[in-house]
Design a protein around this ligand. Structure first.
Ligand SMILES: Cc1ncc(COP(=O)(O)O)c(C=O)c1O
Length: 393
């Protein structure tokens, strides 16, 4: 007899990014029409040499090979608390911080600490696919908050209020958003916070793209709320800001009661986040402030280029939202599946973008452009190819 897989996992679709990369596997691209890869949200530049030199200098030390404390290295927890405190103009303690193996694990641990099978979580559409996948794997329901293109992708707290049920344990926000790039206004985030607090449920805010905001100033004031530790669960990633995707380091900031539950799950799953990733994060926080700011400016330039080139009436594709890292476009082929549109863009226009359908139901009219991966100078060519594709309508 053969083993059978957990049906909750078996029902989950395979990870979408490798699938998109298979579309171009083995293909070569002509010099006059090179591949424009705007599929995956990875920085198009490497980590700074100072960081990798530092890691090379510590990798041989015996201590580098050891576990860390379950919630992370104390200097990293302290440095992140200070950095977050400065960013949000708030007081955050090192003890509020749990270090995780990336922000994906941060989400998984936060959900494990908050909800059990049979509970549910409010998830705005379009969602970051791994969030939905984790909920499915855990037998936790997702109550989808409808996508509002007419609000430039900003979810409506009033609609969320109608979705809260007796077993709802959390509301999840991703801002700046993946896949839409939308940046939720502070007042909207505050409304979600008040809604969550009034029901005694968590507001999980995934701020993976926090360092790529188009303007300075804190994106929300939630850490100034006197009782934020009773409601807010903030998730963060070191992956994009210091180009550490493979080092796996992220964080959860939450109140002490939830932190204790998170530590139990972390201890069981991984004991701790990889120490080398934590050392990289400490170095980043301590030494790479200017480098981080330079990349923030670079992303702002790219965003301006995206808006200047894609926000055109004659493009066929319509820009719904663009903010940090991503732009979300409505395609011109009414009724045609986004998968088909994205495949044709890859096959005929050498543009690798993800179909909206990878980000949840009702997203067949859209494609996602991860512009962090492409230089500003590529945007006009991207616009030309989209226009050429739309002309086939
Ligand atoms: C919204 C969001 N959360 C989490 C992650 C995962 O980040 P990490 O590499 O820190 O696990 C991503 C990566 O694309 C993301 O877009």
């Amino acid at each position: 007899m053969k083993i059978s897989a957990n049906p909750l996992l078996a029902a989950v679709a395979p990870p979408p990014i490798p699938e998109a990369h298979r579309w171009i596997e083995g293909r070569s691209f002509p010099a006059d029409k090179p591949l424009i890869d705007v599929a995956q949200a990875v920085p198009g530049y490497p980590p700074p040499k100072a960081l990798t030199d530092h890691l090379a200098s510590v990798v041989g030390e015996a201590a580098t090979a050891r576990y860390t404390d379950v919630p992370g290295l104390p200097p990293l927890r302290a440095a992140l608390a200070a950095d977050m405190g400065k960013f949000y103009g708030a007081r955050i303690a090192a003890s509020d911080v749990s270090i995780t193996a990336g922000c994906n694990q941060a989400f998984c641990l936060a959900i494990m600490a908050l909800a059990a099978a049979g509970d549910d979580v409010i998830l705005p559409l379009p969602y970051y696919f791994n969030h939905q996948m984790w909920l499915d794997m855990q037998g936790i329901g997702a109550r989808h908050l409808p996508f509002r293109p007419e609000r430039n992708g900003i979810p409506d707290p009033a609609e969320a209020a109608r979705l809260v049920g007796p077993r709802t344990r959390a509301i999840v926000l991703v801002t700046p958003n993946n896949p839409t790039g939308a940046i939720y206004p502070a007042e909207v985030i505050a409304e979600f916070y008040r809604l969550a607090r009034s029901h005694g449920i968590a507001l999980i805010v995934d701020e993976t793209y926090r360092d790529f905001m188009p303007s300075d100033g804190p994106p929300h004031d939630l850490f100034a709320e006197p009782d934020w530790r009773d409601t807010l669960v903030q998730l963060y990633s070191f992956s994009k800001v210091y180009c550490l995707t493979g080092y796996r380091v992220g964080s959860i900031i939450a109140g002490p009661a939830l932190g204790e539950e998170i530590a139990k799950a972390m201890d069981t799953i991984a004991i701790c986040a990889p120490r080398i990733g934590q050392l990289a994060a400490i170095y980043g926080l301590g030494h790479l402030g200017d480098w981080r700011m330079a990349n923030t400016r670079l992303m702002r330039e790219r965003l301006s280029a995206v808006k200047a080139t894609l926000n055109r009436n004659d493009l066929g594709y319509r820009l719904i939202s663009a903010g940090a890292y991503f732009a979300y476009l409505a395609h011109p082929f009414a009724g045609r599946p986004a998968m088909e549109v994205a495949r044709r863009l890859a096959d005929e226009e050498n543009v690798l973008a993800l179909p909206g359908s990878m980000f949840g139901p009702g997203q067949d009219g859209f494609i996602r452009i991860a512009f962090a991966n492409a230089e500003a100078s590529v945007m006009p060519a991207l616009a030309e190819r989209l226009a050429a594709d739309a002309a086939k309508n």
